[in-house]
Design a protein around this ligand. Structure first.
Ligand code: AMP
Length: 188
């Protein structure tokens, strides 16, 4: 089983991804993490992309494709990938289909953790009651949330049309979300 997980910053995506990885023995492929490791290890690629990542822009689709192919083509990860932070746009979504096809695999499920902006704001305020800059962090969080929603919208639509999308209400207690995800996975 290969799956993709989407969720805005602060939605608890990391927690749910960890749960799925452990329960189903999957491998979490976070493109952001792979890219950050390249920078940390000072590889040629890392040196090439460090300024792009640091400025908050997206790395080119071609670079990401090469990195993702390394994992998809690796037998150890065959049919056990959970994609996180990828695909980020329609071109990447189409590339992913193409790569999976090439290695005899497919996406079985796309999960979107859905949390309202109000809840994200509340979570930030709870976390930052002891900090003076609560206002600043709230503004940044709102901006990141909106950017995220806007940029992933076409990709989410793409998977919806393919009938692969399940939207999960991320406002509930963690255990209930875990259970819903397990129930969905048991049906595929
Ligand atoms: P993330 O940890 O997913 O927020 O990613 C951190 C940074 O890595 C992003 O701001 C981008 O610069 C880069 N990145 C991660 N995933 C992708 C992707 N799928 N396509 C392009 N750039 C990416």
């Amino acid at each position: 089983m290969n799956l993709i997980i989407f969720g805005p910053p602060g939605a608890g995506k990391g927690t749910q991804a960890d749960f799925i990885v452990n329960k189903y023995d999957l491998y979490q492929l976070s493109t952001g993490e792979v890219l950050r490791n390249e920078i940390k290890n000072k590889t040629d690629l890392g040196n090439e992309i460090s300024s792009i990542i640091n400025s908050g822009s997206l790395v080119s689709d071609n670079i990401v494709k090469k990195l993702v192919e390394i994992f998809i083509s690796d037998k150890r990860y065959k049919d056990r990938l959970i994609f996180d932070g990828y695909p980020r746009n329609l071109i990447q979504a189409e590339t992913l289909q193409e790569l999976l096809n090439k290695y005899g695999q497919k996406i079985d499920l796309v999960l979107k953790l859905s949390v309202s902006l109000e809840t994200i704001k509340k979570r930030i305020l709870e976390r930052s009651t002891l900090e003076k800059r609560a206002d600043d962090s709230e503004q940044i969080a709102i901006k990141r949330y909106k950017t995220y929603e806007k940029s992933t919208e076409p990709v989410i639509e793409y998977y919806k049309k393919l009938n692969l999308l399940k939207v999960i209400d991320g406002e509930r207690p963690i255990e209930l979300i875990n259970k819903e995800i397990s129930d969905i996975i048991s049906l595929i």
